[in-house]
Design a binder for this molecule. Structure first.
Ligand code: COA
Length: 206
């Protein structure tokens, strides 16, 4: 029996549960703060306040299935402090080069490609059909959204979100806490945190 507890009970959790199933987990439980939800799809939802200790004591693997990066970071830090075994999950239909380093709690979805000598931090989402090229350094709690792409030698700080279909050109540095809106194309370094949109991506007040 391979057991995993997924923090959260949202749409993103369903994708993470599928990932867990494909990674050989046959005992899957969601853990959420909303005691009114008992099931999500075919998996039970446990109450975080009353049941979390049980899954820690029974040495379940843990992963956070929460899309919102601030909450994901908070929940993962809490799990770290409690000594949980936090795992990363890679979809069997993702392509990850031999020397790529992936941090705890990071999920790599179907069709994603991560090329050689790239380092992905902890608690990241490399989403469906996204690609991260060679020699990237992607910080903790970043989200490379569905169909977003980074070229070679991109450095991205912690807590960044590259929106759906977004692109980062090669040799670009992006500071922590940057959000590239859907479809944005980054062609210059970003040194000031904020929201960037358009082609080329510029800071916006959205
Ligand atoms: C940036 C974003 C958050 C704005 O959403 P919003 O607050 O609901 O904004 P609105 O749709 O009301 O648009 C406000 C204005 O910004 C513009 N705008 C919205 N998104 C934009 C984008 N991605 N690029 C350029 N302009 C954008 C709108 O055209 C609108 O302009 P107007 O006032 O001149 O008409 C959203 O478009 C976005 O990029 N979300 C990311 C989605 C994503 O990547 N999800 C991950 C899936 S894996």
């Amino acid at each position: 029996m391979k057991s995993i507890a997924i923090m959260g009970a949202s749409g993103h959790c369903k994708v993470v549960a599928d990932l867990a199933l494909l990674n050989g987990y046959d005992d899957i439980v969601f853990i959420d703060k909303n005691p009114e939800i008992d099931m999500l799809g075919e998996y039970p939802v446990a109450d975080e306040d009353t049941d979390l200790d049980y899954y820690l004591e029974h040495h379940y693997d843990f992963v956070v299935g929460i899309g919102d990066a601030k909450i994901r970071r908070k929940v993962q830090k809490n799990l770290e402090e409690m000594g949980a075994d936090i795992v990363s999950l890679v979809h069997p239909a993702a392509t990850v080069a031999y020397d790529v380093q992936i941090g705890a709690g990071t999920v790599v979805m179907a069709g994603a490609v991560i090329n050689p000598s790239t380092v992905i931090g902890k608690g990241c989402i490399i989403n469906t059909s996204a690609s991260v090229d060679h020699d990237n350094v992607i910080g903790d709690y970043c989200h490379i959204s569905v169909g977003a792409h980074t070229a070679g030698t991109v450095n991205m700080g912690d807590n960044c979100w590259l929106g759906i279909g977004g692109i980062v050109s090669n040799n670009i540095d992006i500071c922590a806490d940057t959000f590239i809106c859907a479809g944005g194309v980054v062609v210059k370094n970003i040194t000031k945190p904020g929201k960037y949109a358009g082609i080329p991506a510029r800071i916006v007040p959205i």
